[in-house]
Design a binder for this molecule. Structure first.
Ligand SMILES: C[S@@+](CC[C@H](N)C(=O)[O-])C[C@H]1O[C@@H](n2cnc3c(N)ncnc32)[C@H](O)[C@@H]1O
Length: 461
């Protein structure tokens, strides 16, 4: 295959370089804007092609040496070859492009991305798959020498595949998660726990999840394919010997043949059901299945931005749709009359209620259920909210949810989003429903990855 010379003019939504070849858009992973590269065209479709980077002929001034030895193969980070300042600029541009191209909205002020001073070791949560080394080429290992076939490996998925890179240290993870990883690996091998094989749906250990609280509390969740945990008590004892200061060890059972990491049933094997984290002076209980922002330091920046954008006077009722463990709700409750949080995961709502009690907040209530069903019920029951906060998963809001907001006629909507494309789609729908977007603040929650988080302020026109 001969290599083609391509000028890279931009970055795609997954951080891949974008250039043109004979009028066709070409995506080249690892290439940066302004660079001239040689790439082998591996896929050619009607509207685009995908090239493999062979050589960078002319370097971008923003190109830097990746800090992680696994970066070349690992699917966890996409932008380690780009300076952090350029990443922040690119993330803002992603929002600008989405608002213009998908949202077709003009006159929206989009600020520079708020980044981190020290963007390493920021993740408080890891969830790594478990597999077998070298078996059916299902897994790759960093160093093949001395490793037996069928040996258990734990780590990140390799880029664009379900092969597992045996990972001993991930530099965007809190160091506590590295310790969890090392301890589970040693003990799982000692007890001969069978790694799960997603092709045959056989084996036991599927994922290892680790969570670290701001006071150093550790939670280990072993996600297993079956309920029966062989030699459970001795396993837990051995794990505690390997990593003594653990607050919680849990087993989560995921029996389904799919990519969903956590199942519904969780059993406490040792210690407490939750660990604690702190954001902006508030303390939060986090259980295994609850959503909690993975970057605690930036979560404070994100919530502070949402609070500033809400411009609270102190007498408002706020609805916090998709509230998780009630983090934004409790942040806002200090400055409002009342907050009503809505969340589909019942353990997250239990955490939210506990969090509000423990922080001595009495003007927040939480409802379990799907926002699509709960919000119209609240509306029918006559609840009026001056401010609505919405922080949905990547897929964005169901159109019915946005229509219910418009029918409620709040003064303002604050939209927290982890996906510029669905944010822009929803801002367009809100615009058609009479809600104008005034400003957007991107916040970097996930340095070195292509993920873009932002907060939008939207007013009733
Ligand atoms: C991006 S998280 C935001 C959570 C919270 N605002 C925070 O910052 O921690 C989205 C939340 O929406 C919840 N969720 C997903 N689909 C939902 C639905 N249909 N109705 C209500 N909540 C939902 C998820 O369980 C998750 O807790």
């Amino acid at each position: 295959m001969s290599a083609e010379k391509i000028f890279i003019h931009g970055l795609g939504s997954s951080g891949e370089g974008v250039g043109k070849l004979d009028g066709l858009a070409v995506f080249v992973e690892g290439a940066l804007p302004g660079e001239e590269v040689l790439a082998e065209i591996e896929t050619r479709k009607k509207n685009y092609a995908v090239g493999r980077l062979v050589e960078v002929v002319k370097n971008s001034p923003e190109r830097v040496e990746p800090f992680c030895p696994l970066y070349k193969n690992c699917g966890g980070c996409q932008l380690q070859h780009m300076s952090y300042a350029a990443q922040l600029k690119w993330k803002r541009q992603q929002v600008v492009d989405a608002v213009e191209r998908i949202g077709k909205l003009g006159g929206v002020k989009i600020f520079e991305t708020l980044g981190m001073e020290n963007p390493l070791r920021y993740r408080n949560k890891m969830q790594f798959p478990v597999g077998k080394a070298m078996r059916n080429a299902q897994c790759v290992v960093r160093n093949d020498s001395g490793r037996g076939k069928d040996e258990l490996v734990i780590g990140c998925y390799a880029r664009g595949s379900h092969k597992i890179i045996d990972t001993t240290s991930c530099l965007i993870q809190n160091a506590g998660n590295d310790k969890i990883l090392a301890a589970v690996r040693v003990v799982a091998k000692k007890f001969n726990l069978q790694p799960y094989d997603e092709d045959t749906h056989k084996g036991f250990l599927r994922h290892v999840m680790g969570r670290v609280g701001s006071n150093g509390e550790l939670m280990i969740v072993l996600v297993t394919a079956t309920k029966n945990f062989p030699n459970e008590k001795n396993f837990v004892r051995a794990l505690l010997k390997e990593i003594p200061n653990v607050t919680s060890i849990q087993q989560n059972v995921q029996t389904f043949r799919n990519n969903v990491i956590l199942g519904r049933d969780t059993k406490i094997l040792y210690g407490k059901p939750t660990i604690h984290d702190k954001i902006g002076g508030l303390s939060f209980n986090i259980s295994a299945r609850s959503f909690f922002q993975v970057n605690t330091a930036q979560a404070e920046v994100l919530y502070k931005t949402a609070q500033d954008f809400a411009e609270l006077r102190g007498n408002e009722t706020i609805i916090d749709a998709y509230c998780g463990t009630g983090t934004i709700s409790l942040f806002m409750a200090k400055k409002a009359r009342k907050v009503v949080g809505v969340e589909v995961v019942s353990s997250a709502v239990a955490d939210a209620k506990k969090n509000s009690r423990e922080n001595n907040i009495r003007n927040a209530e939480f409802i379990v259920g799907d926002a699509v069903n709960v919000l119209p019920k609240i509306f029918d029951a006559g609840v009026y909210a001056e401010v609505v906060i919405v922080d949905p998963p990547r897929a964005g809001c169901d159109k019915k949810v946005l229509e219910t907001f418009a029918a409620m006629k709040p003064e303002k909507i604050i939209y927290v989003s982890c996906n510029p494309a669905t944010l822009a789609r929803d801002l367009k729908i809100l615009d058609e429903l009479g809600y104008r977007t005034k400003k957007i603040q991107p916040v970097d929650m996930f340095p070195f990855t292509s993920h873009v988080e932002s907060v939008a302020q939207i007013f009733k026109s």
